[in-house]
Design a protein around this ligand. Structure first.
Ligand code: 5GP
Length: 172
């Protein structure tokens, strides 16, 4: 664990997630929100965020895979699809991090053809300096610089997802 240094601690995450939940509910009014968590990185953010949004919130999960080690392969594929139709639903895509934006672009294209009533994006982290495509991120937990982070759901080859904080990976 010494290869990882605390970057955003659990208290800061909890405070920001509470703010986001309140803001999201205020923006949607009394509408039902279908939160679509993107597996696996968003699991912790998703579970905290849905508890921070009062009112009617439903959940679905989509699995995508685009990374090997610390580098994007650029090829996005669905490893697990939603189990429910999203037509006429207010979909909130819940991501761990938006980096190049390629994963999110693919997801938004894939979901929008299913005719949701609306589609927005909440991402815990936003590495906007690395963006290759212009994608909307409606709710951002923390903008971050171009650093490789792990923890709070984010992994390196499946390790570190269980850290309660976002950490900087310092290398071996
Ligand atoms: P994008 O398609 O925007 O380049 O990448 C999005 C996905 O790449 C994220 O959902 C996440 O799984 C992974 N990713 C991007 N940056 C990082 C990072 O700094 N750390 C980890 N662990 N994963 C990242």
């Amino acid at each position: 664990m010494s290869q990882v240094e605390v970057f955003i601690d659990a208290e800061r995450i909890a405070a920001r997630v509470a703010e986001l939940g309140a803001q999201i509910r205020a923006d949607y009014g009394d509408k039902t929100i279908l939160c679509v968590g993107v597996l696996k990185g968003s699991i912790l953010f998703m579970s905290d965020l849905i508890r921070a949004i009062p009112g009617d919130v439903r959940c679905g999960f989509l699995g995508v895979s685009s990374y090997e080690g610390t580098e994007s392969t650029g090829i996005v594929r669905i490893t697990h699809d939603l189990r429910q139709p999203i037509e006429d639903c207010h979909v909130l895509v819940v991501e761990d991090i938006v980096d190049t934006g390629l994963t999110l672009e693919f997801l938004l294209q894939t979901l929008s053809v299913r005719k949701p009533a609306s589609i927005k994006v909440a991402s815990l982290l936003d590495k906007s300096a690395r963006r290759k495509v212009d994608v909307p991120v409606d709710y951002v937990g923390f903008p971050i610089e171009d650093r490789f982070v792990v923890g709070y759901g984010l992994d390196l080859d499946e390790q570190y997802r269980n850290l309660p904080y976002v950490g900087l990976f310092k290398g071996a």
